[in-house]
Ligand binder design. Structure first.
Ligand code: NAP
Length: 277
């Protein structure tokens, strides 16, 4: 993942060896998804969390749409997934679509195109992300971390919400997952909406100090923590709105804060209480 730090020791590839084979064998963990449409953002590598989420969903028969900013990279991942799943005797259904999380116009074009091509949306995995980067303003005027990790997912989900709601009403069993991070715990007591581009040091003070200690520039981790806390808060607010329209039995929210579980797609994990405060 785009990052100012090195990869974690226990990264997704090792996680696949450690957990995936046993987990995927258990039919209790993920049921048949034939006929369902799944959308997974940010699947441009064959080692990331999005790759394994897509692999698990496609293995169970879902039509998977993966989004990437570089279509060539997406097509390479698709070919890799097809080759790996065909070894298991599965002919996966995977489509690649362009969506750049640094550009709201791209989110709008993608959602318009998605609605033209698909008449249902059962599973959303908001996975695309960048981590610990220097301040970089997007053309929309936001810091790259908050826009990539949260704002674009918010916009995409909002524009696809009517389709998800209609799917839930017709078929039930819609799942929306935010791939957050343990860094959300250090993101502050809440998201500083007045200061999205440069959160105050009191939000995740230790994270704010980390770049100084490690010799970097300012606020990489405070901004990352805020963006990942925003994922959690978004999941909580969606949960509230789902209940408000009486769909709590037909739509589930997930948010993953730990890398070891992030690629397990549709399992609900209780959001932290303090995030609601
Ligand atoms: N790895 C960890 O330790 C860890 C821990 C906790 C949570 N997470 C979360 O897990 C998620 C996946 O990360 P990963 O570790 O699996 O890394 P990854 O394989 O690099 O996945 C990140 C994906 O996001 C995409 N992306 C970045 N900027 C984008 C943009 N502007 N538009 C569209 N796509 C964009 C990347 O595509 P490009 O190739 O185009 O950059 C890449 O496909 C992230 O949300 C991350 O915060 C990771």
């Amino acid at each position: 993942m785009g990052s100012s730090s090195s990869s974690p020791a226990d990264g997704p590839t090792q996680l696949e060896d450690k957990y995936y084979p046993e987990w995927i064998k258990n039919p209790e963990n993920i049921k048949d998804l034939t006929g369902k449409v799944a959308l997974i953002t940010g699947v441009s590598t064959s080692s990331g969390l999005g790759f394994y989420a897509t692999k698990a969903l496609a293995l169970k028969g879902a039509q998977c749409v993966i989004t990437v900013r570089n279509v060539e990279k997406g097509e390479a991942v698709k070919a890799d997934l097809e080759a790996k799943l065909q070894e298991d005797g599965v002919k996966p259904k995977i489509a690649v679509m362009k969506m750049d999380n640094c550009d709201f116009a791209s989110i709008r074009s993608f959602t318009d195109e998605f609605k033209k091509q698909y008449d249902r949306l059962d599973i959303v995995c908001n996975n695309a992300g960048v981590m610990g980067l220097d301040v970089q303003m997007t053309k929309d005027g936001y810091d790259i971390q908050i826009q990539t990790n949260h704002l674009s997912h918010f916009l995409m989900t909002a524009r696809l919400w009517p389709l998800m709601k209609a799917t839930a009403e017709k078929y039930g069993d819609v799942t929306i997952t935010q791939v957050s991070s343990g860094a959300s715990h250090k993101g502050g007591p809440t998201v500083d909406t007045a200061n999205l581009n440069n959160p105050h040091p009191s939000h995740g003070f230790l994270l704010y100090l980390a770049p100084f200690v490690l010799g970097g520039s300012t606020g990489h981790w405070a901004r990352y923590g805020q963006s990942k806390l925003a994922n959690v808060l978004f999941a909580q607010e969606l949960q509230r709105r789902i209940a408000a329209v009486g769909l709590q039995d037909k739509m589930k929210l997930g948010q993953r804060t730990e890398c070891s579980q992030a690629w397990l797609p549709p399992i609900y994990r209780s959001p932290r209480r303090r995030a609601v405060a």
